[in-house]
Design a protein around this ligand. Structure first.
Ligand code: NDP
Length: 291
């Protein structure tokens, strides 16, 4: 099996630079099949969340794969509803139980609203107790990060990652500089633009793909990898899983990198700074609806 490159986080952990995302894969057996296939083709990093409702299937697939636990990196995320301190502690325990794991490699605060300080305290304690190895945040824009940093949220323990929307149309230039200054690694969600057909039709990406005899998906992911992003493309199709992982046998030139940097439009599909996002998200995902 080919080795996957790893990035070192600010707490010393080494995370596989490419993983497999399971957002929107149903929990009717499809997540189990997808994760088992992903592990079979060589992924060793799975990105799930409480709000994806599929942690149990992720955990079962990991167990049934027979791959030693310490060879797989597992990320999950706490949902907004659970940010009260006591709820947050319970949410971590619930994720551990659903995943069937003794520890989670990386746990994130999925959305940057509400009682972040209480949730972060529970995360810091779970890390100290060895239940979580690394902790981080998600969807923090420069404005949100700066607000919380000024309030001292990260004075004791700095997040290891900030997981945000990122693709060639939305390259997060300001945030990348801010995170680099703070030694926080960026993770890219939606690294394929969530399958955006306009992105896949970009003439520049198509011509680079033709030059290397690769598909456009590989060119996008290779660009992001060379930019230092941690990526976890999602696919339910095994041949795409394989293709998306197989990006380590070619290298884009600096001119090609500059060309793709030029595709940036400076905005994405989701704007965490917009008014009403917290309420919209709480309405869209109720992680306690079946209790
Ligand atoms: P992606 O950018 O990974 O795109 C997935 C889409 O692209 C699917 O429709 C898939 O279809 C298609 N696709 C996959 N590979 C290819 C390919 N080689 N060529 C053409 N189309 C392809 O979107 P996601 O939203 O899934 O993002 C990835 C992960 O990021 C998520 O699964 C999740 O883990 C995380 N995430 C985190 C968020 C956060 O708030 N922190 C928000 C959103 C995502 P098909 O399955 O049919 O192949």
């Amino acid at each position: 099996m080919k080795s996957i490159s790893v990035f070192q986080l600010n707490d010393g952990s080494k995370i596989p630079a490419i993983g497999f995302g399971v957002f929107q894969i149903p929990n009717d057996g499809a997540t189990y099949d997808a994760v088992l296939n992903a592990l079979e083709v060589g992924y060793r990093h799975i990105d799930t969340a409480v709000a994806y409702f599929n942690e149990e299937e992720v955990g079962k697939a990991i167990k049934d794969s027979g791959i030693p636990r310490n060879e797989i990196w597992v990320t999950s995320k706490m949902w907004l509803q659970d940010y009260d301190y006591v709820d947050a502690k319970q949410a971590i325990e619930r994720s551990l139980t659903k995943l069937g794991l003794e520890y989670i490699d990386l746990y994130l605060l999925h959305q940057p609203y509400g009682k972040l300080a209480e949730a972060w305290k529970a995360m810091v304690e779970a890390k100290a107790a060895g239940k979580i190895r690394s902790i981080g945040v998600s969807n923090m824009t420069p404005k949100i990060w700066t607000k919380w940093q000024q309030q001292g949220l990260f004075d004791d323990v700095l997040p290891s990652v900030n997981q945000v929307e990122y693709n060639p149309y939305f390259q997060q230039k300001e945030l990348r500089q801010l995170m680099a200054d703070n030694q926080v690694t960026l993770e890219a969600w939606g690294p394929l633009g969530q399958g955006n057909s306009e992105l896949f039709s970009e003439p520049l990406l198509q011509s680079i793909a033709a030059k290397y005899d690769k598909n456009v998906g590989k060119v996008i992911l290779r660009f992001e990898h060379q930019e230092g992003m941690i990526i976890f493309p999602k696919s339910v199709r095994k041949e795409r899983m394989q293709s998306n992982l197989d990006i380590f046998d070619f290298q884009l030139t600096s001119d090609e990198m500059d060309g793709i940097r030029g595709l940036d439009r400076g905005q994405g599909r989701h704007n965490p700074d917009a008014p009403g996002v917290q309420e919209m998200l709480l309405q869209a995902f109720d992680v306690h609806k079946n209790e």
